[in-house]
Design a protein around this ligand. Structure first.
Ligand SMILES: NC(=O)c1ccc[n+]([C@@H]2O[C@H](COP(=O)([O-])OP(=O)(O)OC[C@H]3O[C@@H](n4cnc5c(N)ncnc54)[C@H](OP(=O)(O)O)[C@@H]3O)[C@@H](O)[C@H]2O)c1
Length: 291
């Protein structure tokens, strides 16, 4: 597999119905790239031969893999499925691709244990604490072994998906009580900004691991307060802790990603998630996501 400078004229997006996949399809089309938008029905990531053949028939010069099992707690009760979709399938796909087709693969801050106190650089030791994190780490390694690009990101929200923003907004809208943890710190990332970053990195011919997220770091509680503020709601959000709000999968306490490598590769800084949040609600108000 080889990285291609200048971007691809034809690309396949896997997981094209997901919150990130939809944005990547739109972003590539804005760049004039011809896109085959493949949802799970069109290309099941586990079917390596068919997926690689689909890309070859289309004449893809790049594949953006936005497909994954993203139900972090669900992965805990079905680790085999998580490992197959997030781990082995990208590994097989990377190895099967033609040498003139590059693979841009999305991974996660959950590959870290979260015990750090400074932003994680790309070369920091990984130690996932969940089945999801372990499966994503396996996938990363397979993609890297084949010379692809792995972009780790965090706390993704887009108007076409079910995510923390939609969950909090829905609870606030119903007047339901909201309790959110203060002891998990990371960086929210707006899906459209992430899509732009993926396309920019692909055009720069990047390979290896690159961290990309929005700034500044906050806790989930801080993020929830910002969501209420963006909705113009003056409500209280009860602070709680991870030990009080137990969930099947352990989340990293601190998972801020260092984006210096991204900034050097693309010659630009990362966006503030607050502007992404404003745009998110604006797009929902307009009743469409193509603003
Ligand atoms: N969401 C986050 O906070 C976050 C944070 C860090 C990293 N990431 C990474 O970002 C990427 C995009 O995530 P997202 O937030 O866009 O998630 P998403 O909205 O759940 O999208 C994932 C898509 O993958 C599809 N999919 C699942 N299994 C598949 C399979 N076997 N073959 C083909 N497609 C399959 C899903 O289809 P169905 O709906 O039919 O299952 C869904 O459309 C993933 O790699 C994820 O690990 C996400």
């Amino acid at each position: 597999m080889q990285a291609r400078r200048g971007g691809a004229s034809r690309a396949v997006v896997l997981g094209a119905a997901g919150q990130l996949g939809r944005e990547v399809v739109d972003e590539l089309r804005r760049h004039g790239t011809e896109v085959l938008a493949a949802d799970r029905a069109r290309a099941d990531l586990r079917d390596t031969r068919e997926t690689a053949a689909l890309a070859a028939r289309f004449g893809a010069q790049a594949i953006f893999n936005c497909a994954a099992c993203t139900d972090v707690d669900g992965c805990e009760s079905n680790p085999d499925l998580a490992m197959e979709v997030n781990g082995r399938a990208p590994e097989r796909l990377a190895a099967a691709l033609a040498s003139d087709c590059s693979l841009i693969h999305v991974s996660t801050d959950y590959v870290f244990d979260g015990l750090g106190q400074r932003p994680y650089r790309e070369d920091h030791a990984t130690a996932p604490r969940s089945a999801y994190g372990r499966s994503k780490l396996h996938g990363e390694q397979g993609v890297l072994d084949a010379g692809g690009l792995v972009v780790r990101t965090s706390w993704v929200f887009g108007p076409e998906g079910r995510n923390f923003v939609s969950a909090i907004a829905s609870r606030l809208g119903r007047g339901a009580p909201v309790r959110v943890v203060t002891d998990q710190v990371g960086c929210p990332t707006y899906a459209r900004y992430l899509a732009r970053a993926l396309v920019d990195l692909a055009a720069a011919g990047a390979s290896g691991i690159v961290h990309y997220c929005n700034s500044p770091p906050t806790s989930w509680h801080g993020f929830a307060l910002a969501i209420a503020e963006a909705l113009g709601l003056n409500v209280s959000i009860a602070p709680t802790s991870s030990s009080e709000l137990t969930r099947p999968a352990t989340r990293p306490a601190y998972s801020v990603l260092d984006t210096a490598h991204f900034e050097a590769l693309t010659n630009r800084g990362v966006e503030n998630w607050r502007s992404g949040l404003e745009e998110y609600f604006e797009r929902l108000r307009q009743g469409r996501s193509e603003s």
